[in-house]
Design a protein around this ligand. Sequence first.
Ligand code: BGC
Length: 393
Amino acid sequence: MRNKILKFPEGFLWGASTSSYQVEGGISNNDWAVSERVPKAGLACDTYNRYPEDFAIAKYLHHNAHRLSLEWARIEPEKGHFDEDALYHYHSMLSFLKDNGFKTFVTLHHFTNPVWVANQGGWANSKTTKDFCEYVSKAVQSLGQLVDFWITVNEPKMYAGMAYAQGIWPPFQKGFLKPKKVYDSLLTAHNQAYDIIHAYDPEAQVGFSQNIAWSEAKHKGLDRLAIQFADWLSYSALDKTRHDFIGLNHYMYYRVHLAFSWRHYLNISRGEKLTERGWAIHPDALYYVLMKLKKYRKPIYITENGIADRTDRYRTSYIHDYLRAVHRAIQDGADVRGYLHWSLLDNFEWEDGYKWKFGLVEVDFKTQKRTIRESAFAYSHICQDNAIEITSN
Ligand code: BGC
Protein backbone atom coordinates (compact mmCIF):
# COMPACT_ATOMS: atom_id res chain seq x y z
CA MET A 1 0.00 0.00 0.00
CA ARG A 2 1.30 3.44 -0.79
CA ASN A 3 -0.06 6.94 -0.96
CA LYS A 4 -0.67 8.61 -4.25
CA ILE A 5 -1.22 12.33 -4.81
CA LEU A 6 -3.91 13.30 -7.29
CA LYS A 7 -3.20 16.85 -8.46
CA PHE A 8 -5.92 19.17 -9.73
CA PRO A 9 -5.28 21.50 -12.68
CA GLU A 10 -3.36 24.65 -11.94
CA GLY A 11 -5.59 27.57 -11.01
CA PHE A 12 -8.39 25.29 -9.79
CA LEU A 13 -10.82 27.22 -7.58
CA TRP A 14 -11.57 25.94 -4.09
CA GLY A 15 -14.13 27.33 -1.71
CA ALA A 16 -17.63 27.21 -0.33
CA SER A 17 -21.11 28.43 -1.22
CA THR A 18 -23.81 30.26 0.70
CA SER A 19 -26.99 32.15 -0.12
CA SER A 20 -28.32 35.40 1.31
CA TYR A 21 -31.54 34.30 3.06
CA GLN A 22 -29.82 31.20 4.43
CA VAL A 23 -26.99 33.04 6.20
CA GLU A 24 -27.41 36.81 6.29
CA GLY A 25 -30.12 37.30 8.90
CA GLY A 26 -32.43 40.29 9.29
CA ILE A 27 -34.29 39.91 5.99
CA SER A 28 -37.95 40.69 6.60
CA ASN A 29 -39.31 41.62 3.20
CA ASN A 30 -39.04 38.55 1.00
CA ASP A 31 -41.70 35.92 0.33
CA TRP A 32 -40.22 33.45 2.88
CA ALA A 33 -39.95 35.99 5.69
CA VAL A 34 -43.60 37.00 5.47
CA SER A 35 -45.08 33.52 5.06
CA GLU A 36 -46.70 31.75 8.00
CA ARG A 37 -46.43 28.39 6.26
CA VAL A 38 -42.64 28.01 6.33
CA PRO A 39 -40.07 28.52 9.08
CA LYS A 40 -38.41 31.91 9.18
CA ALA A 41 -34.65 32.39 8.93
CA GLY A 42 -34.62 35.20 11.53
CA LEU A 43 -31.06 36.15 12.42
CA ALA A 44 -29.62 33.09 10.60
CA CYS A 45 -25.80 33.30 10.87
CA ASP A 46 -25.90 37.10 11.00
CA THR A 47 -23.40 37.04 8.14
CA TYR A 48 -24.71 40.40 6.95
CA ASN A 49 -22.87 41.86 9.94
CA ARG A 50 -20.35 39.14 10.67
CA TYR A 51 -18.99 38.70 7.16
CA PRO A 52 -15.47 39.86 8.11
CA GLU A 53 -15.27 36.97 10.57
CA ASP A 54 -16.82 34.44 8.18
CA PHE A 55 -14.66 35.42 5.22
CA ALA A 56 -11.57 35.45 7.44
CA ILE A 57 -12.37 31.84 8.39
CA ALA A 58 -12.68 30.92 4.71
CA LYS A 59 -9.32 32.54 4.04
CA TYR A 60 -7.73 30.80 7.01
CA LEU A 61 -9.04 27.52 5.53
CA HIS A 62 -7.18 28.28 2.26
CA HIS A 63 -10.28 28.89 0.16
CA ASN A 64 -9.53 30.98 -2.89
CA ALA A 65 -13.12 31.37 -4.11
CA HIS A 66 -16.45 32.12 -2.45
CA ARG A 67 -20.06 32.06 -3.59
CA LEU A 68 -22.73 34.29 -2.08
CA SER A 69 -26.04 35.62 -3.31
CA LEU A 70 -27.58 39.07 -3.40
CA GLU A 71 -30.96 39.50 -1.75
CA TRP A 72 -33.20 41.14 -4.33
CA ALA A 73 -35.59 42.28 -1.56
CA ARG A 74 -32.80 44.23 0.14
CA ILE A 75 -31.60 45.87 -3.07
CA GLU A 76 -35.08 46.70 -4.43
CA PRO A 77 -37.47 46.72 -1.46
CA GLU A 78 -40.16 48.46 -3.57
CA LYS A 79 -40.59 48.18 -7.30
CA GLY A 80 -38.24 50.69 -8.96
CA HIS A 81 -36.79 51.89 -5.66
CA PHE A 82 -33.19 50.79 -5.20
CA ASP A 83 -31.63 50.90 -1.77
CA GLU A 84 -28.18 52.45 -2.13
CA ASP A 85 -27.23 51.43 1.43
CA ALA A 86 -27.86 47.76 0.63
CA LEU A 87 -25.81 48.05 -2.56
CA TYR A 88 -23.04 49.76 -0.61
CA HIS A 89 -23.15 46.95 1.93
CA TYR A 90 -22.77 44.27 -0.76
CA HIS A 91 -20.01 46.38 -2.25
CA SER A 92 -18.20 46.21 1.10
CA MET A 93 -18.71 42.45 1.39
CA LEU A 94 -17.41 41.77 -2.11
CA SER A 95 -14.52 44.23 -1.67
CA PHE A 96 -13.52 42.34 1.46
CA LEU A 97 -13.40 39.13 -0.56
CA LYS A 98 -11.49 40.67 -3.46
CA ASP A 99 -9.00 42.39 -1.11
CA ASN A 100 -8.32 38.98 0.40
CA GLY A 101 -7.63 37.34 -2.93
CA PHE A 102 -10.90 35.45 -3.44
CA LYS A 103 -12.56 34.84 -6.79
CA THR A 104 -16.20 35.79 -6.33
CA PHE A 105 -19.28 33.90 -7.52
CA VAL A 106 -22.42 36.00 -7.12
CA THR A 107 -25.91 34.57 -7.47
CA LEU A 108 -28.70 36.98 -8.40
CA HIS A 109 -31.67 34.77 -7.52
CA HIS A 110 -31.47 32.00 -4.93
CA PHE A 111 -35.10 30.94 -4.29
CA THR A 112 -36.38 34.16 -2.64
CA ASN A 113 -38.34 37.10 -4.05
CA PRO A 114 -39.22 40.55 -2.73
CA VAL A 115 -42.76 40.71 -1.33
CA TRP A 116 -43.83 43.07 -4.12
CA VAL A 117 -42.75 40.47 -6.70
CA ALA A 118 -44.68 37.76 -4.86
CA ASN A 119 -47.75 40.04 -4.73
CA GLN A 120 -47.76 40.51 -8.47
CA GLY A 121 -47.85 36.74 -8.97
CA GLY A 122 -44.14 35.92 -8.74
CA TRP A 123 -42.59 34.02 -11.61
CA ALA A 124 -45.96 32.95 -12.96
CA ASN A 125 -46.42 36.57 -14.05
CA SER A 126 -44.37 37.26 -17.17
CA LYS A 127 -43.79 40.87 -15.96
CA THR A 128 -41.44 39.50 -13.31
CA THR A 129 -38.80 38.69 -15.93
CA LYS A 130 -38.63 42.36 -16.90
CA ASP A 131 -38.48 43.44 -13.25
CA PHE A 132 -35.71 40.95 -12.61
CA CYS A 133 -33.73 42.44 -15.51
CA GLU A 134 -34.00 45.92 -13.99
CA TYR A 135 -32.64 44.61 -10.71
CA VAL A 136 -29.86 42.81 -12.59
CA SER A 137 -28.87 46.01 -14.46
CA LYS A 138 -28.64 47.91 -11.20
CA ALA A 139 -26.66 45.16 -9.47
CA VAL A 140 -24.24 44.83 -12.37
CA GLN A 141 -23.62 48.56 -12.62
CA SER A 142 -23.02 48.83 -8.87
CA LEU A 143 -21.07 45.66 -8.21
CA GLY A 144 -19.85 44.38 -11.57
CA GLN A 145 -16.18 45.21 -11.00
CA LEU A 146 -16.12 42.98 -7.94
CA VAL A 147 -17.70 39.89 -9.50
CA ASP A 148 -15.72 37.20 -11.29
CA PHE A 149 -18.61 34.81 -12.00
CA TRP A 150 -22.30 35.68 -12.21
CA ILE A 151 -24.83 32.97 -11.44
CA THR A 152 -28.09 34.46 -12.65
CA VAL A 153 -30.49 31.91 -11.16
CA ASN A 154 -29.93 29.09 -8.69
CA GLU A 155 -31.61 25.79 -9.61
CA PRO A 156 -34.50 27.07 -11.73
CA LYS A 157 -35.89 23.56 -12.14
CA MET A 158 -35.84 22.87 -8.43
CA TYR A 159 -37.41 26.23 -7.61
CA ALA A 160 -40.21 25.76 -10.14
CA GLY A 161 -40.87 22.26 -8.79
CA MET A 162 -40.85 23.08 -5.09
CA ALA A 163 -42.84 26.33 -5.37
CA TYR A 164 -45.25 25.58 -8.23
CA ALA A 165 -45.59 21.76 -8.47
CA GLN A 166 -45.04 20.30 -5.02
CA GLY A 167 -46.28 23.47 -3.35
CA ILE A 168 -43.80 23.29 -0.46
CA TRP A 169 -42.21 26.73 -0.96
CA PRO A 170 -43.90 30.12 -1.46
CA PRO A 171 -46.27 30.61 -3.26
CA PHE A 172 -47.31 27.00 -2.39
CA GLN A 173 -48.92 26.13 -5.70
CA LYS A 174 -49.56 22.62 -6.92
CA GLY A 175 -49.98 23.23 -10.60
CA PHE A 176 -49.52 20.94 -13.54
CA LEU A 177 -48.59 23.29 -16.37
CA LYS A 178 -47.44 26.28 -14.33
CA PRO A 179 -44.16 24.73 -13.12
CA LYS A 180 -42.93 24.42 -16.70
CA LYS A 181 -44.05 27.97 -17.44
CA VAL A 182 -42.14 29.24 -14.37
CA TYR A 183 -39.08 27.18 -15.30
CA ASP A 184 -39.14 28.66 -18.81
CA SER A 185 -39.56 32.19 -17.42
CA LEU A 186 -36.53 31.71 -15.23
CA LEU A 187 -34.51 30.51 -18.21
CA THR A 188 -35.69 33.48 -20.26
CA ALA A 189 -34.72 35.74 -17.37
CA HIS A 190 -31.33 34.06 -17.34
CA ASN A 191 -30.80 34.69 -21.05
CA GLN A 192 -31.80 38.33 -20.72
CA ALA A 193 -29.59 38.77 -17.68
CA TYR A 194 -26.76 37.16 -19.65
CA ASP A 195 -27.11 39.85 -22.32
CA ILE A 196 -27.35 42.66 -19.76
CA ILE A 197 -24.20 41.53 -17.99
CA HIS A 198 -22.32 41.10 -21.26
CA ALA A 199 -23.37 44.55 -22.46
CA TYR A 200 -21.77 45.89 -19.29
CA ASP A 201 -18.67 43.69 -19.61
CA PRO A 202 -18.15 41.59 -22.74
CA GLU A 203 -15.58 39.50 -20.86
CA ALA A 204 -17.94 38.65 -17.97
CA GLN A 205 -18.42 35.02 -17.00
CA VAL A 206 -22.13 34.29 -16.74
CA GLY A 207 -23.99 31.06 -16.10
CA PHE A 208 -26.67 29.59 -13.89
CA SER A 209 -26.56 26.72 -11.39
CA GLN A 210 -28.48 23.62 -12.30
CA ASN A 211 -29.15 20.82 -9.84
CA ILE A 212 -28.44 17.60 -11.72
CA ALA A 213 -28.80 14.14 -10.22
CA TRP A 214 -27.64 10.82 -11.60
CA SER A 215 -30.38 8.24 -11.85
CA GLU A 216 -30.50 4.55 -12.72
CA ALA A 217 -33.62 2.66 -13.61
CA LYS A 218 -34.59 -0.33 -11.53
CA HIS A 219 -36.45 -1.78 -14.50
CA LYS A 220 -36.55 -0.90 -18.17
CA GLY A 221 -39.72 0.73 -19.52
CA LEU A 222 -41.44 3.23 -17.28
CA ASP A 223 -38.54 3.67 -14.90
CA ARG A 224 -36.22 4.48 -17.76
CA LEU A 225 -38.78 6.82 -19.34
CA ALA A 226 -39.09 8.71 -16.06
CA ILE A 227 -35.34 9.22 -15.98
CA GLN A 228 -35.27 10.36 -19.59
CA PHE A 229 -37.94 12.95 -18.79
CA ALA A 230 -36.09 14.23 -15.70
CA ASP A 231 -32.81 14.39 -17.63
CA TRP A 232 -34.50 16.21 -20.47
CA LEU A 233 -35.74 18.83 -17.99
CA SER A 234 -32.19 19.30 -16.71
CA TYR A 235 -30.10 19.17 -19.85
CA SER A 236 -32.44 20.84 -22.36
CA ALA A 237 -32.10 24.02 -20.28
CA LEU A 238 -28.43 24.02 -21.17
CA ASP A 239 -29.28 23.71 -24.86
CA LYS A 240 -31.58 26.70 -24.86
CA THR A 241 -29.53 29.13 -22.80
CA ARG A 242 -26.45 31.23 -23.33
CA HIS A 243 -23.73 30.61 -20.78
CA ASP A 244 -19.98 31.01 -20.43
CA PHE A 245 -19.73 28.20 -17.90
CA ILE A 246 -21.92 25.53 -16.41
CA GLY A 247 -22.72 25.77 -12.70
CA LEU A 248 -23.42 22.31 -11.33
CA ASN A 249 -25.10 21.66 -7.99
CA HIS A 250 -24.91 17.98 -7.26
CA TYR A 251 -26.30 16.03 -4.32
CA MET A 252 -28.44 13.18 -5.56
CA TYR A 253 -28.29 9.63 -6.79
CA TYR A 254 -31.61 7.92 -7.51
CA ARG A 255 -32.45 4.38 -8.28
CA VAL A 256 -35.78 5.00 -9.85
CA HIS A 257 -38.67 2.67 -9.51
CA LEU A 258 -41.99 4.11 -10.56
CA ALA A 259 -45.02 2.63 -8.90
CA PHE A 260 -48.44 4.22 -9.16
CA SER A 261 -47.52 7.86 -9.00
CA TRP A 262 -44.61 10.24 -9.00
CA ARG A 263 -44.55 10.07 -5.22
CA HIS A 264 -43.74 6.38 -5.22
CA TYR A 265 -40.24 6.19 -6.40
CA LEU A 266 -37.37 4.59 -4.59
CA ASN A 267 -34.26 6.66 -4.38
CA ILE A 268 -32.02 4.14 -2.70
CA SER A 269 -29.84 1.96 -2.64
CA ARG A 270 -27.64 -1.02 -3.13
CA GLY A 271 -26.09 -0.66 0.23
CA GLU A 272 -25.20 3.02 -0.19
CA LYS A 273 -24.90 5.00 2.97
CA LEU A 274 -27.52 7.69 3.33
CA THR A 275 -26.92 11.16 4.68
CA GLU A 276 -28.99 12.45 7.59
CA ARG A 277 -31.35 13.87 4.96
CA GLY A 278 -31.74 10.44 3.41
CA TRP A 279 -29.76 11.30 0.29
CA ALA A 280 -27.66 8.43 -1.06
CA ILE A 281 -23.87 8.87 -0.93
CA HIS A 282 -22.72 7.74 -4.35
CA PRO A 283 -19.66 9.64 -5.63
CA ASP A 284 -19.77 7.95 -9.05
CA ALA A 285 -23.01 9.85 -9.63
CA LEU A 286 -21.01 13.07 -9.83
CA TYR A 287 -18.54 11.46 -12.24
CA TYR A 288 -21.34 10.39 -14.59
CA VAL A 289 -23.03 13.79 -14.53
CA LEU A 290 -19.71 15.48 -15.34
CA MET A 291 -19.21 13.06 -18.22
CA LYS A 292 -22.62 14.04 -19.61
CA LEU A 293 -21.79 17.73 -19.29
CA LYS A 294 -18.58 17.32 -21.30
CA LYS A 295 -20.40 17.61 -24.59
CA TYR A 296 -21.29 21.29 -23.93
CA ARG A 297 -17.59 22.18 -24.18
CA LYS A 298 -17.84 24.82 -21.49
CA PRO A 299 -15.89 25.18 -18.25
CA ILE A 300 -17.73 23.53 -15.39
CA TYR A 301 -17.76 24.82 -11.84
CA ILE A 302 -19.28 22.69 -9.12
CA THR A 303 -21.22 25.42 -7.37
CA GLU A 304 -22.69 23.14 -4.67
CA ASN A 305 -22.01 19.67 -3.27
CA GLY A 306 -22.18 18.68 0.36
CA ILE A 307 -23.67 16.61 3.13
CA ALA A 308 -26.00 17.10 6.09
CA ASP A 309 -23.84 15.71 8.89
CA ARG A 310 -24.41 17.06 12.39
CA THR A 311 -21.67 14.86 13.92
CA ASP A 312 -19.12 15.55 11.16
CA ARG A 313 -18.39 11.84 11.06
CA TYR A 314 -18.83 11.43 7.32
CA ARG A 315 -18.06 14.85 5.80
CA THR A 316 -14.31 14.32 5.40
CA SER A 317 -14.67 11.07 3.48
CA TYR A 318 -17.65 12.47 1.55
CA ILE A 319 -15.56 15.41 0.31
CA HIS A 320 -12.61 13.17 -0.43
CA ASP A 321 -14.63 10.59 -2.37
CA TYR A 322 -16.60 13.15 -4.38
CA LEU A 323 -13.38 14.98 -5.24
CA ARG A 324 -11.86 11.74 -6.37
CA ALA A 325 -14.78 11.40 -8.75
CA VAL A 326 -14.17 14.96 -9.95
CA HIS A 327 -10.50 14.19 -10.51
CA ARG A 328 -11.38 11.11 -12.52
CA ALA A 329 -13.79 13.14 -14.63
CA ILE A 330 -11.06 15.71 -15.33
CA GLN A 331 -8.71 12.89 -16.38
CA ASP A 332 -11.46 11.72 -18.72
CA GLY A 333 -11.85 15.10 -20.35
CA ALA A 334 -14.36 17.09 -18.29
CA ASP A 335 -13.25 20.72 -18.05
CA VAL A 336 -13.95 21.17 -14.32
CA ARG A 337 -12.33 24.32 -12.98
CA GLY A 338 -13.59 24.71 -9.45
CA TYR A 339 -15.37 23.17 -6.48
CA LEU A 340 -17.49 25.13 -4.02
CA HIS A 341 -18.61 23.07 -1.08
CA TRP A 342 -22.11 23.54 0.33
CA SER A 343 -21.73 25.18 2.74
CA LEU A 344 -19.30 27.39 4.60
CA LEU A 345 -21.63 27.60 7.60
CA ASP A 346 -24.51 25.66 9.09
CA ASN A 347 -27.50 27.62 7.86
CA PHE A 348 -31.23 27.94 7.23
CA GLU A 349 -32.36 24.91 5.24
CA TRP A 350 -35.62 26.19 3.74
CA GLU A 351 -38.75 24.21 4.68
CA ASP A 352 -36.76 22.30 7.32
CA GLY A 353 -35.55 25.38 9.16
CA TYR A 354 -32.31 24.76 11.03
CA LYS A 355 -32.62 20.99 11.08
CA TRP A 356 -29.75 20.05 8.75
CA LYS A 357 -26.11 20.89 9.35
CA PHE A 358 -24.28 21.36 6.06
CA GLY A 359 -21.50 23.62 7.38
CA LEU A 360 -17.76 23.19 7.25
CA VAL A 361 -18.14 25.50 10.21
CA GLU A 362 -20.62 24.80 12.99
CA VAL A 363 -22.77 27.72 14.10
CA ASP A 364 -24.35 27.95 17.52
CA PHE A 365 -27.49 29.88 16.64
CA LYS A 366 -28.01 31.06 20.23
CA THR A 367 -24.60 32.65 20.65
CA GLN A 368 -23.50 32.97 16.99
CA LYS A 369 -20.28 31.22 17.94
CA ARG A 370 -18.44 29.62 15.02
CA THR A 371 -16.52 26.36 15.49
CA ILE A 372 -14.46 25.00 12.64
CA ARG A 373 -15.20 21.31 12.09
CA GLU A 374 -12.47 18.69 11.59
CA SER A 375 -13.67 18.13 8.03
CA ALA A 376 -13.06 21.81 7.29
CA PHE A 377 -9.40 21.31 8.18
CA ALA A 378 -9.20 18.21 6.01
CA TYR A 379 -10.75 20.17 3.13
CA SER A 380 -8.37 23.03 3.86
CA HIS A 381 -5.39 20.75 3.17
CA ILE A 382 -6.89 19.81 -0.16
CA CYS A 383 -7.39 23.49 -1.04
CA GLN A 384 -3.85 24.33 -0.02
CA ASP A 385 -2.24 21.40 -1.85
CA ASN A 386 -4.56 21.59 -4.86
CA ALA A 387 -4.60 17.83 -4.54
CA ILE A 388 -6.12 14.86 -2.77
CA GLU A 389 -4.17 11.95 -1.41
CA ILE A 390 -5.33 8.40 -1.92
CA THR A 391 -4.05 5.08 -0.76
CA SER A 392 -3.50 2.60 -3.54
CA ASN A 393 -2.04 -0.86 -3.90
C1 BGC B 1 -29.85 24.61 -2.56
C2 BGC B 1 -29.36 25.16 -1.23
C3 BGC B 1 -29.65 24.14 -0.14
C4 BGC B 1 -28.97 22.85 -0.49
C5 BGC B 1 -29.07 21.75 0.58
C6 BGC B 1 -29.52 23.18 -2.79
O1 BGC B 1 -30.39 22.60 -3.68
O2 BGC B 1 -29.37 25.43 -3.61
O3 BGC B 1 -29.97 26.39 -0.98
O4 BGC B 1 -29.28 24.61 1.12
O5 BGC B 1 -29.57 22.35 -1.65
O6 BGC B 1 -30.36 21.46 0.91
